[in-house]
Ligand binder design. Structure first.
Ligand code: C2E
Ligand code: MG
Ligand code: MG
Length: 737
């Protein structure tokens, strides 16, 4: 049974030869005279077909030529017949009028007159057997009886009015020769009439023959050819779903067979194309909806399914749905240290474990590099998502064996619920991602359930990013300077440059300062830290140089360099350019980097630090003691200074651990020939403790808070003056000594 496919409003038949007699096929079978029926253009297809016209013209032309030739021949013989008839009538009339009485004229005057009055004869000349003229009446004929064979015995005048004939004894049965002039004026009229009649008949005949021929050709040849042409055209236009027609009468002649074969080929081609397309669609579906590595559905498929499940399970069946976003902790580090092959195998193994530990009807997908998303319709026995989360943590608790390595994996999980949090699939997934980010921010290896507060925080972050983008252009960024001192001499030896962002608003203060702790991470994540950091470096170096030129004794400027700037921007080229344009002594510039910078791509970091060192700038490790302190790197990197994190200083006097750490950092720094600076020095006690421990330099609120440009310049001038006053005697002593 053939399929009927609806295509753009009309029915396309997919028939098998066996189906030829069924109803559907019949509807596509052409009626016997369909080739005569007018189509959309208003004329019958036969009359629009070129071949039809050619055949018609050829047939019509041929008939006309043949009949024309026949007509030309017939006209001559018709004229001859008519003249013959005239001469026969004249001969008969003359024959019965001749008298054979000896001594008398064979035709008397009275007989001649009667002859002229009752027949077409208008003149006679009588000759005896030896051609001697005897009598003559009426018009004289132009022919003369003669024994010579070449002498004409009939002659028609040039104007066609007279026909002269010689009758001799064998057709007169008398011993005379008679030349007669016969009136032939009506012969031409009769010939013309005859031509007209013949022409009309000829045209009618040609038309009839052509029409009959066209009908026969139409039915046997043109209609099948047009069907073949239409089928081929349809196959060319729509090879997958061709509209195939059949002739009104299936014939076994050559063209009938050709149509059948062509239709079979077209159908075969359509089926092949359909099969290929469905295979390609399957493949595309797989590529579009599944993850190559784990074979799990991807985010797109997950979202579609989630949407579907919300509609059917939550809306219609009033069930609850949980979405878990599961992310591997520190996967990037694992990938970097163990290699991508290992990373891939790990992801595969994690995918399998998740599938195994979740209920059968849960959908587990790989949403991004190291993030899996799970959707579970909560059954009464799984009323609490916590139970499922415990299962995930339990499954991940088992070490994974890959390439003969046993590996402990930790995951962070974000959870959102439907309908509790939202009824919208995309939002539900977004919520679980937001909860996941929270879990990661709050220490990893943990789970967070989505709450609306998270949303607010995310929105605020986005707003902050939008504002930050315009901050540089709108001159909202400024620099504050925080002095650093030599702890032994109390001399002001440097200043750390700290970025300040004044964000205008409609409040009575006209705006507020956004904390660097809040906007620096946003700038780092968005990459904005690169242009901002460049601006900080250029502005700070230019400022220090300007102060020098104003006569302020030179001091060092410490600029914070973010890890992003360090790895993603060409910090060496930038520093070198800034030093060149400001003409600042490189020794007066210090770059502060945090320990995290050293963890990424060790060899590249060493190279960059060496290049910076070669430029002559100093390098300090900021917030030392809080990162992944690896003592080994301290030896390898060309560092000048360790900056003890302020948290240790703050607690050093109350917390023995922090006190111990501070002491240890100072000793470690000195053993490596590094200077040690403490930040966060707020009190005399802090300062005294650090002095006792032999710390080299200090920075903190005890001396001043970070100050804007002008205030800092005044501060420096005042401080130097006071310091010089206090230390003058000592300096004089030193000089004397
Ligand atoms: P950081 O580099 O460790 O800067 C020192 C921070 O400690 C500054 O905070 C400073 O005001 C504060 N501080 C110094 N002494 C004391 C003290 O005695 N008590 C207290 N409570 N705080 C003290 P700030 O300016 O809020 O900067 C925070 C962080 O933002 C900086 O930490 C640095 O990591 C980052 N940051 C600031 N400016 C820049 C910059 O231009 N570029 C980059 N990449 N990061 C910057
Ligand atoms: Mg710093
Ligand atoms: Mg610091």
């Amino acid at each position: 049974m053939g399929d009927i496919l609806k295509v753009q409003g009309f029915t396309v038949l997919e028939t098998n030869p066996a189906d030829d007699d069924n109803e559907e096929t019949g509807s596509k079978r052409k009626s016997r005279w369909s080739f005569l029926a007018p189509d959309a253009t208003g004329s019958s297809p036969v009359w629009r077909s070129r071949i039809s016209w050619r055949i018609t013209l050829a047939v019509f032309g041929t008939i006309m030529i043949v009949q024309g030739a026949v007509l030309a021949f017939n006209v001559k013989s018709y004229e001859a017949d008519k003249l013959n008839d005239l001469s026969e009538l004249a001969r008969a009339a003359i024959t019965i009028s001749i008298s054979d009485t000896p001594g008398q004229s064979p035709i008397s005057n009275s007989i001649a007159k009667r002859l002229f009055a009752t027949t077409a004869v208008q003149g006679v000349a009588v000759y005896d057997n030896d051609f001697t003229p005897l009598t003559r009446y009426g018009k004289t004929p132009n022919v003369v009886p003669d024994a010579k064979p070449e002498t004409p015995s009939q002659l028609r005048s040039a104007d066609g009015l007279d026909y002269d004939v010689v009758f001799s004894p064998k057709n007169l049965s008398r011993p005379y020769h008679i030349a007669a002039r016969i009136d032939s004026s009506n012969v031409d009229g009769m010939v013309t009439k005859q031509i007209h009649q013949t022409l009309v008949i000829l045209l009618l005949l040609s038309g009839l023959v052509t029409s009959i021929m066209m009908l026969a050709l139409g039915a046997w040849l043109l209609e099948p050819i047009m069907i073949l042409r239409n089928n081929l055209l349809s196959a060319a236009r729509n090879p997958e779903k061709p509209e195939l027609q059949k002739p009104s009468v299936e014939s076994r002649d050559e063209i009938g067979v050709a149509i059948r074969i062509a239709n079979d080929l077209i159908r075969q081609n359509a089926n092949n194309l359909k099969r290929l397309r469905s295979q390609a669609e399957d493949k595309i579906h797989k590529l579009a909806y599944y993850d190559n590595l784990t074979g799990l559905p991807n985010r797109t498929y997950f979202l579609e399914k989630l949407d579907d499940t919300i509609r059917h399970k939550v809306v219609e069946e009033d069930r609850r749905l949980a979405v878990f976003s599961v992310d591997l902790d520190h996967f990037k580090d694992i990938n970097d240290t163990m290699g991508h092959e290992f990373g891939d195998k790990l992801l595969e193994a994690i995918g399998k474990r998740l599938v195994k530990c979740m209920p059968e009807d849960a959908m587990i997908s790989r949403a991004s590099a190291d993030e899996f998303t799970i959707m579970v319709v909560l059954k009464p026995e799984y009323a609490e998502s916590q139970m499922l989360i415990d299962r995930i943590f339990q499954a991940m608790g088992e070490p994974v064996s890959i390439l003969q390595e046993r590996f402990q994996v930790r995951v962070s999980i974000g959870v959102s619920h439907c309908p509790d949090d939202t009824m919208e699939a995309r939002q539900l997934l977004k919520n679980s991602d937001i909860a996941l980010n929270r879990a990661k921010e709050e220490g990893r290896d943990t789970v967070r359930f989505y709450s609306q507060d998270f949303d607010l925080a995310v929105q605020q972050r986005f707003q902050l990013l939008r504002d930050l983008r315009s901050a540089l252009d709108e001159n909202q960024l400024t620099l504050h300077y925080h002095p650093q001192f030599d702890l032994r001499t109390g001399q002001l030896i440097g200043a750390e440059v700290l970025l300040r962002w004044f964000l205008p608003d409609n409040s009575k203060d006209g705006g507020y300062y956004v904390s660097p702790a809040e906007f620096i991470p946003v700038a780092e994540q968005s990459g904005l830290i690169v242009p901002i950091g460049e601006w900080v470096l250029r502005t700070a170096c230019a400022q220090i140089k300007a102060w020098q030129e104003m006569g302020i004794p030179p001091f060092r400027v410490a600029v914070n360099i973010s890890g992003v700037q360090f790895h993603k921007a060409d910090i060496v080229a930038l520093t070198s350019d800034v030093l060149k344009t400001t003409k600042l002594d490189p020794k007066l510039l210090e770059l502060e980097v945090t320990e995290s910078v050293f963890m990424e791509n060790m060899q590249m970091t060493i190279d960059i630090l060496n290049q910076l060192h070669r430029l002559g700038v100093e390098l300090a490790v900021d917030d030392f003691g809080t990162g992944y302190s690896s003592l080994s790197y301290l030896r390898q990197f060309p560092i000048d200074r360790l900056k003890i994190d302020q948290s240790f200083i703050r607690n050093a006097l109350v917390n023995p651990d922090d006190r111990m750490i501070t002491k240890t950092i100072i000793n470690l720094g000195h053993s490596l020939n590094l200077k040690v600076i403490a930040e966060g020095v707020e009190t005399n006690d802090h300062e005294n403790f650090l002095k006792e421990e032999g710390c080299d330099e200090v920075q903190g609120f005890k001396y001043t808070k970070p100050l804007p440009v002008d205030k800092f310049r005044d501060y420096v001038v005042n401080y130097n003056r006071e310091w010089a006053k206090k230390n003058r005697p000592a300096l004089v002593d030193e000089k004397k000594a």
